[in-house]
Each structure stands twice: as C-alpha cells, then as structure tokens.
Design a protein around this ligand. Structure first.
Ligand SMILES: Nc1ncnc2c1ncn2[C@@H]1O[C@H](COP(=O)(O)OP(=O)(O)OP(=O)(O)O)[C@@H](O)[C@H]1O
Length: 269
C-alpha cells in the first residue's frame, strides 16, 4: 500500500464564497459556501437526501462550475487547470458506473493509470500498480471477469481500486459504501483512512462517518450547517434538526468514537 501511494502529495482544497445553481433554475442551490479542507484530512459529508452532498462534491472535482466564488486546489483555482490536469490530482468514485461494454476488471482499473502513466504499452510497473489496487480492495480474484457481470458491491470495490491506481492527491467518493456488506464497508473506510491523500467522502451512515472521519460536514438544503470533529458535530439536537430523527449515542469500545441508533419520535394520540 505504501508503494502504491508513493507518488501522492496530499493537497488542500478550499471553497471561497461559492454559489452554484442547477442549469434548469435561476436560484443558487449552493449559496455562499466557505470551506477549508486540509491536506491529508478525511472529511465526511453527510446530510438528508437532496441536501446537496453530490452537488458540493461535483464542485470539488471540477464538474459543477460555481456561478460565484472559487474552488482552489493547493491555492490554485481548479478552473484555471485543464480537465486533464485536474484528473492527474483528483480521483473520483461516483454513484453510477453505468455499463462498460465488455471491459475486464483488470482493464477497468488500468484506466485509472491513464491520467498519470499508462502509455501505449503496459509496463511491469503498471501491472503491479493495478494488481496492488485490486488486492487492496479484495477483488484481485475477479481480475479476468467482465466488469458488467459483477455484483453491485464487487463493482463498487473495483471502482475504488481504479481510483487508488490513479494515485491521487485528493480522492472524492460519493457514497462509496452503497451496495457493500458490513465487513467491506468497514474495510473500505479503514483503508481510506490510512491513505496518504486528502479524502472527501459522502456517507449516509453517521456511525461510519463518526468512526473514520477527522471532521464531518453536515449539509441541509444546500447549506453547510456544521463542519467539525464528529463528537462536536453530531449532537442529539443537531441530528434532530437536520435528519428529523431522535438518536441515542453509544461509545465504541475500541475507538471511543460515537456510534448511533435512531428512532422516530412517537406522538401521543
Ligand atoms: N437539474 C436539476 N434541476 C433542479 N434541481 C435539481 C437538478 N438536479 C438535482 N436537483 C436537485 O438538487 C438537490 C440536491 O441534489 P444532490 O444530488 O446534490 O443531493 P444529495 O444530498 O447528494 O442527495 P442524495 O442523498 O439523495 O444522494 C435535490 O433536491 C435534487 O432534486
């Protein structure tokens, strides 16, 4: 794993007063957002459905162009970089992989090398990089399978392997634990938390966010309502305000990080 990431240089990201509107509407959905993400930090983005997690992530990896304000990577405006320059430094794992027409798992991950090193001829180093990434995600045994024939969880792990093979300075993942069984959810987040790059990951599971993230960013209606270490951010009052549920906080025996169970408030007749 150390070898796999030896060419990473964790980068900082910042949003300065950004606003962004959907192309179909005039009104900004993300409104005057400010955020500083430190290099090497693992930031979890949480919030209810439709709160703007994906919209925010898309601003970070140069997909949504802000109508106002700036997104900077190590101080440089990402819109002053070309898409290819950006792809060399920021890797993404997105929600929809689509169909990829006959590529093998190995070939899918090999695509991750493209921004950096893959030339017309595969080198031994390229092969090693792809195999290390596949091994790290526990999918090396699927190398020769056709990607389209994999299960949802297997596909997801292959897409994460592809992003690792890219050796990014920043890794942005949109709900990467979807489709994964419990053990693989934990393994993937454990792995992400050890990577020598900056990680921004959206998650629906608040306990996973609290266990692995350095800070959690809580979104509601296109606004950042808090961005703080998990114990500070996940108060019962905040969870009630943002998610409209009651919660009980437990302390995990090993990490002493919080984990949660939830219930709906019952109303008396
Ligand atoms: N083209 C569009 N025009 C208008 N509204 C849109 C458009 N695309 C998305 N939206 C709305 O923007 C809001 C934010 O969407 P976004 O995908 O960022 O939320 P999210 O927090 O990632 O949601 P989820 O948890 O469901 O994945 C949603 O209410 C969505 O319906």
């Amino acid at each position: 794993m150390t070898d796999l990431f030896k060419s990473c240089h964790p980068a900082s990201l910042a949003l300065s007063n950004i606003s962004w509107a959907h192309s179909t509407t005039q009104r900004p959905f993300l409104h005057n957002l400010d955020l500083q993400i430190e290099s090497g930090e693992m930031l979890a983005v949480v919030g209810p459905n439709g709160s703007g997690k994906t919209s925010l992530l898309r601003c970070l990896y140069r997909m949504n162009k802000p109508d106002q304000g700036k997104v900077t990577l190590d101080g440089q405006d990402i819109w002053s970089l070309s898409a290819a320059q950006c792809a060399k430094r920021i890797a993404t794992v997105l929600q929809d992989t689509g169909t990829v027409l006959g590529l093998s798992v190995f070939e899918m991950v090999e695509i991750g090398l493209t921004p950096n090193s893959l030339s017309w001829k595969r080198t031994q180093k390229d092969t090693l990089m792809v195999e290390s990434a596949l091994l790290a995600l526990d999918v090396l045994h699927l190398s020769h399978r056709t990607f389209d024939t994999l299960s949802g969880g297997e596909k997801q792990r292959v897409m994460i392997a592809r992003a690792l093979a890219q050796q990014p300075d920043v890794l942005v993942l949109d709900e990467p634990t979807n489709h994964l069984d419990i053990r693989h959810q934990l393994e993937v987040l454990e792995l992400l938390s050890t990577l020598p790059c900056t990680i921004v990951v959206s998650l629906h599971d608040l306990s996973l966010a609290a266990t692995y993230a350095d800070r959690v960013l809580i979104m509601q209606s296109g606004q950042i309502v808090d961005c703080a270490p998990p114990l500070e951010a996940f108060t019962q009052a905040r969870i009630r305000q943002v998610f409209s549920v009651e919660s009980v906080t437990h302390s995990q025996p090993q990490s002493l990080r919080p984990s949660f169970s939830f219930y709906l408030e019952t109303t008396e007749d």
